[in-house]
Design a protein around this ligand. Sequence first.
Ligand code: HDE
Length: 661
Amino acid sequence: MVKEMNNKQQQLEAFRVSDEGQALTTNQGLKMAEDEHSLKAGDRGPTLLEDFHFREKMTHFDHERIPERVVHARGSAAHGTFETYECASDITKAQFLNGKGTKTPVFVRFSTVAGSRGSADTVRDARGFATKFYTQEGNYDLVGNNIPVFFIQDAIKFPDFIHAVKPEPNNEIPQAQSAHDTFWDFIANNQESAHMVMWHMSDRSIPRSYRMMEGFGVNTYRFINKDGKAHFVKFHWKPLLGIKSLVWDEAQIIAGKDPDFHRRDLWEAIERGDYPEYELGVQLIPEEDEFNFSFDILDATKLWPEEEVPVRILGKMTLNKNVDNFFAETEQAAFHVGHVVPGIDFSNDPLLQGRLFSYTDTQLIRLGGPNFHEIPINKPICPFHNNQRDGYGRQTINVGQVSYHKNSLANNTPRPVPVEEGGYAHYEEKVDGHKVRARSDSFKDHFSQARLFWLSMTDIEKKHIIDAFSFEVGKVKNKTIRRQVVDMFAHVSHTLATNLADNVGLALPQKVEVPNIQQTSPAVSQELNSVDSVKTRKVAILVSENSAHNLDEILTSLTKEHIIVELISTKQGMYQHHEINQTFATATSVLYDGVYVTTPFADANDQNKALHFIQEAFDHSKTIGYTENVSYLQAIANKNGVTNSPESFMQALAKHRHWVR
Ligand code: HDE
């Protein structure tokens, strides 16, 4: 399939180089006759300083690494296109959201937050969801997460929070985990985190795939239309495949079996042509309604319940191209919440205000200077001109005498552009106040929305939250911290706190007053908003020489519905003219959404391996299919999600998990 190149792809084409079939040269273009041996004084003698080839090669290698991102170090990215469904000019003058069918190239990087670059994908963590729109008015970056709220309200606390969640500084343990003393010590002493912790302990923190998670801008921004009318806005990405999660035991096993699980899933889906799709939506609050809510709309620990402030869908993003070079593109991508276009502005959300400083600042150390906008992946597709000059790694050759404003020599150019012609001007918000280090009283309710989230969960989601708390707090060594956490979450739910206390060996908490709300927001429950689909789900089919004659029929039925199938057996090779993709040694059930068993295994050892595979899938509430000749599966035949025909198997697989068995 020949893919159409969007403007960004065309621009990148100028930087793409293939070394295949080429002569080996130094960086100066000198062809080298030899690349195996350093230059020596005698074949057993010392290496000579004049060996420029050795020195260049080794020096470049010595300098290959750059600092990883201080947070969100582990990530993976892809190119794509965003296309509007409708014209949103009534709410914003941003051109990429105006007109129906307007297309804009995008680059999206998904990430975990706490782990370092080489950490496992499936850890319990929020996921980053950062999108760069290469618009005709300049780059617009929507730097979001897969959870709609955050741990803290004011950016000044970010270094403290990140220090607490990162590995502890004395022994650098544990990697990519919040299940340790300093994280929970921070939580217990900074109760504004209560709402986000509820999400963090929920299934949202262990997504099945980057393709199956939501994205949220989290902070409150402003939309301004061409008449100057402003709305407060929150951004949403909604995946077309629905929101799906792993189970915790499975996530931990995958971290060892395939640490690249999410990265691989994204890469392979795009290579297959199963392009991930997400709809972009916005929640809007007119300026005049700013104070009409029970929470402060500038507080990033609060969501705007979708039932109260509906999400208006504006368009769809499709990711359709993997990167050519991970370092050049994914690693060097530099996102910044301050990269905006006319029609989008900021609110006074104190978390956002601090982010507006941090993102450019961090690129200066990470990418080594102020010219990171010239790196191909970061370069706008529209022209850019100003009087900024020089710095490490400068690429642009700015010709001419003038590099200042105002001037006569260049006719006062580059010149500022009036608003009517597309120039950016900040929204003229009236601000008046005392200079204080303080937080508004309207930010001080930390438990109402934590409780709203809890009350909105289904029973199984609540159980998962209790289990996650019990795991995490159970890993905390300090008993005082455990106690503080239990007492803190007693303000969210007595049931949650009681179960937690019981599981981690503490006396039950005193009954304290929980916020007096009965309100729920069904929109936050994954289970209540399930999209039942088998598309691109991965199924292991267990086969042997004795497999049922209808193996072909099973394969055809499943692949016809766009299920990804892998054949698994005791050995690699061909069975019934099909190639075996994996063996019990190379694959495990956690890498699949369902298992179909087409064969009994005659040998007792093989049968044990198969049974382990099936049992593990069963324990993780997955769908299991089998053909009639597999007698040892009769025992679980009447359990939910255990079926014996391709049709019923697919119906069950579409449900993702079968919690009641
Ligand atoms: Fe970030 N964050 N952040 N963050 N963040 C960074 O910038 C920061 C916050 C998010 O794929 C850093 O380039 C502060 C919320 C994503 O490259 C840094 C605060 C949300 C990514 C930074 C926050 C995010 C980052 C580190 C509190 C969800 C990865 C590397 C005020 C809306 C982007 C970098 C990528 C990365 C600062 C809080 C999302 C240090 C100070 C809330 C997805 O600048």
